[in-house]
Design a protein around this ligand. Structure first.
Ligand code: SF4
Length: 486
């Protein structure tokens, strides 16, 4: 997505009243639930630190863990296939469909298959594919893309969802989410039973036993992976972790950060296909491990971005995401982490605006359960973009020169602050707020006001407060202390 396309997508999002309502409801709920869950957790900071260490352990020994995972999946009776990119992933799935005479597929939530556009590839081959996650199913009905890692239909209000289900499936109109869920469940139930293949994502792959873990709240993933006769799990190379101890730490934080739950309702653990003495489960189990640019990222200073556990907390916390939603980011991964991994996976020139779609306020890093230094990486990507573009424009260089002069000279800084203050107060007039800045600064006021600078500068206020504090402490000094002075 080029700069102009991003700008247009942002403008569209800012003018979409339905989207703004949905974003306000969804992100506020996400932030509040996470904060409540974390504050109810004993020593949440220590838990986050342990999670960080677990992810570091996994990344530090990534090649060895992937080999261990493969060995153990094979030992459990499963198969492991490796995909270099999205096209190869789709080809492998289609070959499996052919091998097992698959006509119908149910698919659980999987960001990796969004990367490869697997649904499209299956549909083109004449294979029916139905999303089994409620949100994903509604998005599929609407012909849209997910707009959030955890809540794919966060951009839709319940009113818009009811209207869609009424129009597409004949559901009686209702504004009660539980009635909508009951209706869709009824539709979905037959799909599970008819499906020949279930495709799922992977939240964690535990190398020491070759176990695949998924977390969910609807039970759809459990049905998708156990009812059909073939189960295909798809994961990026970064999803492998070393041990069950690491899983125990990470799964607690994933639920708290994603939905504010102590633990998700369904924690599915799958170790190979159904065994002879087991009553249910798939006859065949395949694990497809996708690189799609991750191996390249692993070699760079951005390797830390692979520690992401896709909880979505940074999206909810981000003031940019809260205003523009997920679709404006133009690809599968939105929000602060999307602004890092999209340019890294697709190429900097494919998403040059995304590293700049951040105020660098740090809310993302504070929310991140594995303490990824998101603002730091965004800054580095900006540096890379400027370097790859050669020299910056003359105007930009001039502005930076003035900025540098002001920030390195106290006298110029004071002068500049006084001038800027007087100018903003003049432009703002009695309202105290500037509705539209003059060019070239008018982009700032496109969708927000610019408040005039306060009359007193920070330095003046700081000095005054220090003087008051000194006076007060002098007034309250005990008389005895004066007598005892030499
Ligand atoms: S970067 Fe952190 S907060 Fe954002 S989705 Fe990944 S793990 Fe969650």
């Amino acid at each position: 997505m080029q700069a102009l396309q991003f700008k247009q997508a942002v403008i569209r999002a800012l003018h979409d009243a339905q989207l703004q309502t949905a974003l306000d409801r969804g992100t506020t709920r996400g932030v509040n639930h996470r904060l409540a869950a974390m504050s109810a957790t004993t020593d949440a900071a220590a838990l986050r630190h342990q999670a960080r260490l677990a992810r570091e352990r996994a990344l530090n020994q990534l090649p060895a863990l992937l080999e261990q995972l493969e060995r153990n999946v094979l030992a459990n009776g499963g198969h492991v296939l490796w995909a270099r990119d999205g096209d190869e992933l789709n080809r492998l799935v289609l070959e499996l469909c052919q091998k097992h005479a698959v006509r119908r597929v149910v698919k659980g939530k999987s960001m990796v298959t969004e990367e490869s556009e697997l649904n499209h590839a299956l549909a083109q081959a004449g294979i029916e594919v139905v999303e089994s996650d409620l949100g994903e199913y509604i998005i599929q009905l609407a012909g849209e893309r997910p707009s959030h890692i955890i809540a794919p239909m966060l951009h839709k209000t319940k009113e818009a969802t009811a209207e869609l289900l009424h129009r597409k499936l004949g559901m009686p109109l209702t504004d009660r989410p539980e009635e909508m869920v009951r209706f869709v469940r009824g539709v979905m139930r037959t799909k599970y039973l008819e499906a020949d293949m279930g495709i799922s994502g992977v939240n964690f792959a535990i190398a020491e036993t070759g176990t695949i873990a998924t977390v969910e709240n609807e039970g759809n993933n459990r049905l998708s992976t156990s009812a059909p006769r073939v189960h295909v799990a798809v994961m990026g190379i970064e999803k492998v972790i070393a041990t069950w101890e690491d899983y125990a730490i990470l799964v607690q934080l994933l639920a708290r950060s994603a939905t504010g739950q102590q633990l998700s309702v369904y924690n599915n653990l799958m170790t190979g296909p159904r065994r002879p003495d087991e009553p249910d489960g798939p006859d065949h189990f395949y694990l497809i491990i996708l690189d799609n640019g991750r191996g390249r990222i692993y070699q760079t200073e951005y390797a830390e971005s692979l520690a992401c556990i896709r909880c979505g907390a940074c999206l909810n916390a981000c003031p940019v995401y809260q205003n523009i939603g997920g679709h404006a980011y133009g690809w599968v991964y939105p929000g602060p982490i999307g602004s890092i991994i999209t340019p890294l996976l697709r190429g900097l020139t494919q998403a040059p605006s995304l590293p700049f779609a951040s105020s660098l306020c740090g809310a993302c890093q504070s929310a991140c359960p594995v303490e990824i230094a998101i603002p730091d990486m965004l800054l580095k990507l900006r540096r890379d973009l400027v370097q790859s573009a050669g020299n910056a424009s003359l105007g930009w260089r001039l502005a930076m020169l003035l900025w540098r002069l002001g920030m390195t000279s106290p006298l110029l800084y004071r002068l500049g602050a006084a001038l800027a203050g007087a100018l903003t107060r003049l432009l703002a007039g009695r309202s105290g707020t500037i509705r539209q800045l003059p060019p070239p600064l008018n982009g700032w006021t496109y969708s927000r006001d610019f408040p005039a600078f306060s009359k007193g500068t920070f330095r003046e206020r700081y000095r005054r407060r220090a003087q008051h504090a000194a006076l007060r402490s002098h007034d309250h000094e005990p008389a005895t202390s004066q007598r005892t002075r030499p």
